[in-house]
Design a protein around this ligand. Structure first.
Ligand code: SF4
Length: 335
């Protein structure tokens, strides 16, 4: 497909559908484009290994938001899903923010449509709205503070105890936080399709086969999985724990992309993906995995697809993110 036809079909396909010569060294080309365009590639831990290896920074939502807020690059290439690239644009209105595939969405963000959430909020006046960063710009604009799984506990603890709170959109993370902080937050009924399908039965069998393996779980997992976990934390916290801890074997209940960094940072340890309740042996996020090295290269070369946003929405969505960054800084969670 030629470039003009490819541009015309972006909204339908989500990416630039252009054939790449099979002899192209994509790693070298991406490095060249980074220099030529003063571009930075930010990648989430759930991206495929090749993308992680070419990224300037790999992190979870909190780290990526902070990096996006600090960068001097003219162009931010966001290898993650749509709400993450949107967050980068909210923080960097004058920079070009690119997403290799616009259809890289998120089931959790989709579970909180703006109009329905606004009606829910209006039904509960006097509540402060804390939203997990995995939500659309529209939901961010309706929120008072944003949080990530890495800072959620500190954010909730920074709010006076008698202040009623709505927590959105992840009911599993919300329930975990209610338990941890002793609050009774009102929970929006959303969930992540990746973290809610881990099989308790299969994990229990795996633990019997690997009695020394510790179970590491992300708080987006359902309560029965969290109950049997040896350690619960954000993706970055799980990675740090796996490196520092003195066990040799781990069962990892989060998206399998993180195993690449775990294996790199702790090469002598064994990491086993926790099985879901379907016929697969591991749990990949289909949205995250829509990005490929080829799409990353094409979006840098042609500077498309680009994330754009109406200014009033951007300003309203920025306020609760700034609040999160302030609280995280005061709590010593970020530099
Ligand atoms: S893993 Fe879950 S929360 Fe993360 S992008 Fe995929 S669907 Fe969304």
């Amino acid at each position: 497909m030629n470039i003009h036809t490819a541009i015309n079909t972006i909204s339908e396909k989500g990416f630039l559908d252009i054939d790449i010569d099979a002899t192209t060294d994509l790693f070298a080309e991406i490095e060249r484009l980074k220099k030529e365009k003063n571009a930075i590639v930010l990648a989430h831990y759930y991206q495929e290994p090749d993308i992680q290896d070419v990224a300037d920074y790999i992190g979870d939502s909190l780290g990526l938001a902070q990096k996006a807020a600090q960068t001097n690059a003219d162009m931010i290439v966001f290898a993650g899903v749509h709400f993450m690239a949107e967050t980068a644009k909210i923080l960097n209105p004058s920079k070009k923010v690119l997403l290799p595939d616009l259809k890289a969405g998120c089931s959790l963000a989709d579970s909180a449509p703006g109009p329905q959430f606004k009606a829910f909020k209006d039904k509960h006046p006097g509540h402060l709205v804390v939203s997990y960063i995995n939500c659309t710009a529209e939901i961010k604009a309706l929120s008072d503070i944003i949080c990530t799984s890495g800072n959620a506990e500190k954010i909730i603890e920074s709010i006076p105890e008698d202040q009623p709170i709505i927590f959105a959109p992840d009911k599993n993370l919300g329930a975990y936080l209610n338990k941890k902080t002793g609050r009774d937050m009102l929970l929006w009924n959303g969930a992540c399709m990746v973290h809610e399908i881990f099989s308790l039965e299969k994990i229990t069998k795996l633990k019997i086969r690997h009695p020394k393996a510790k179970l590491l779980a992300h708080p987006e997992c359902e309560e029965p999985i969290l109950r049997i976990a040896d350690y619960i934390g954000s993706t970055t916290q799980l990675l740090k724990f796996a490196v520092k801890d003195d066990s040799r074997e781990y069962i990892v209940a989060t998206e399998t992309g993180i195993l690449h960094q775990m294996q790199k940072d702790a090469p002598n340890k064994t990491f086993i993906p926790a099985p879901p309740n379907n016929s697969c042996a591991c749990n990949d996020c289909p949205h995250m995995k829509l990005n490929t090295l080829e799409k990353l290269y094409l979006c840098m070369e042609y500077e498309l697809p680009e994330i754009t946003m109406e200014e009033n929405l951007r300003l309203a969505a920025k306020k609760p993110i700034d609040r999160m960054l302030e609280i995280s800084k005061a709590a010593g969670l970020i530099g």
